[in-house]
Write a protein that binds this ligand. Structure first.
Ligand code: SF4
Length: 420
């Protein structure tokens, strides 16, 4: 591998928005673009300035706590899965404890000052190692690397956390996630990383007709599962050609880092402090609301964009402040942060969840479904139902369930997009 090929994507498994840029190339050495990874593609699409600083300037950033947490959890899981691949079995309590110890050993070197991260990592690891999810898989690949040239001539590369043979016709790609929020089903379908895994597996393992892509969220033990259609793959291949050509053209005409494009992940961007657009946004106060009559259509769209980006930056600031607030409250003897007249304090709330299997036995089915009262007591979880149907792959069943779907038209939302 050349130095440039060692690039950021040794950390492919951690969402790009969660991690700092991980450039191993010496700063000052020329970036030689040879192949495209999903995270490179995401960065390119999100913000050209970030792409420039990360890949071309090769600015290395210090690791953040969440990043090291993800790395340590991934490593312990990789070891457990490698062992299960050689010898499929239920992990016994001693084995579970040994993988948790492995995590603790790595973690203690990385984030000793953050003890709550130990608990978070230990909890998610224990849950996964004890779940049937990990023990009943027929694992055929761990940290599986792909470096393939597509039929259209684009070289793609990356690593897949786990490959599982579901049956002789079906392969499942598992991607472990340590992020706090899960992707929606629709976002997962259009996610570059998922699309690239789907394409890589289709090219690398053509013997499997069906491919299932599972995003496994370790914090809550839930999965988002998708299948992509041939049409979606075709469109992604075209996109790859376009992005590949655009990056090559950009590199052939490199000047200085371009202006940043404010986006949802700026707050986690390692370069935000030196980014004029970001600094400008966070320092901008809301302008006084103009009268609608004083705005032309053109200035109306400009005002819309400006206010939206200010809100976005403010929300990101608030997220950051919440993280700092938790740290301050933990460090404060009376768990309070005192201002002049007001104070910030933690509020613990509880939620109630009923066990469906128990309630189902106690309450008559008619009442549960509301067939008599017209007021159902249970509600279908749309995302879980769609994941279930997708996993089942039974078209007739999916069609019948679709027929039972009641489509409600919501109030129109206002969106903004590029003019055609
Ligand atoms: S802060 Fe946002 S706009 Fe600035 S470089 Fe990072 S991603 Fe781009």
């Amino acid at each position: 591998m050349s130095d440039s090929e060692l690039d950021v994507d040794a950390f492919e498994d951690i969402p790009v928005e969660e991690r700092p840029e991980k450039v191993q190339r010496e700063p000052g050495r020329k970036f030689a673009y040879t192949k495209l990874s999903a995270s490179m593609m995401k960065t390119w699409s999100l913000c050209k300035r970030k792409f420039h600083q990360s890949y071309i300037d090769g600015i290395k950033q210090p690791a953040q706590a969440n990043f090291t947490l993800g790395t340590a959890v991934h490593y312990a899981l990789e070891m457990a899965n490698s062992s299960l691949m050689k010898n499929p079995r239920e992990l016994n309590p001693m084995e579970v404890a040994s993988y948790i110890r492995l995590f603790v050993n790595i973690a203690s070197k990385e984030f000793a000052p953050n003890p709550e991260l130990f608990d978070e990592g230990t909890d998610m690891l224990k849950r996964e190692l004890q779940s049937g999810h990990i023990s009943h898989d027929k694992i055929i690949g761990i940290e599986d690397e792909f470096d393939i040239v597509t039929p259209e001539g684009v070289r793609i590369y990356g690593f897949m956390d786990k490959l599982v043979e579901v049956d002789s016709n079906t392969i499942k790609i598992v991607d472990y996630k340590t992020s706090r929020t899960a992707m929606s089903y629709d976002d997962a379908r259009s996610d570059y990383q998922i699309a690239m895994y789907d394409l890589a597996v289709a090219l690398k393992f053509p013997q499997y007709e069906n491919r299932i892509l599972e995003l496994r969220y370790l914090r809550n033990g839930e999965s988002v599962t998708v299948r992509r259609t041939q049409e979606e793959m075709y469109r992604f291949k075209l996109l790859l050609v376009g992005v590949d050509a655009a990056i090559k053209e950009y590199l052939a005409n490199i000047k200085e880092a371009p202006a940043g494009t404010i986006n949802d992940f700026c707050n986690w961007c390692s370069y935000n402090k030196s980014c004029p657009e970001y600094v400008d946004r966070v320092n901008t106060f809301l302008p006084e609301a103009p009268s609608t009559h004083a705005l032309t259509d053109e200035s109306f769209v400009e005002t819309w964009e400006k206010v939206t980006s200010i809100i976005k930056a403010a929300e990101q600031w608030k997220d950051q402040l919440k993280i700092w607030a938790v740290e301050r409250l933990n460090a404060s003897p009376d768990t309070r942060i005192f201002g002049k007249e007001r104070e910030i304090f933690p509020l613990t709330t509880t939620t109630k969840d009923y066990d469906v299997s128990v309630v189902g036995k106690l309450v008559p089915l008619d009442d549960l479904l509301g067939t008599r009262t017209g007021e159902p007591l249970v509600k279908i979880n749309k995302k879980k139902l769609e994941t279930y149907l997708s996993n089942k792959g039974d078209r007739k069943l999916t069609k019948k369930v679709d027929e039972a779907c009641i489509v409600k038209v919501n109030a129109p939302q206002i969106r903004i997009k590029n003019k055609k």
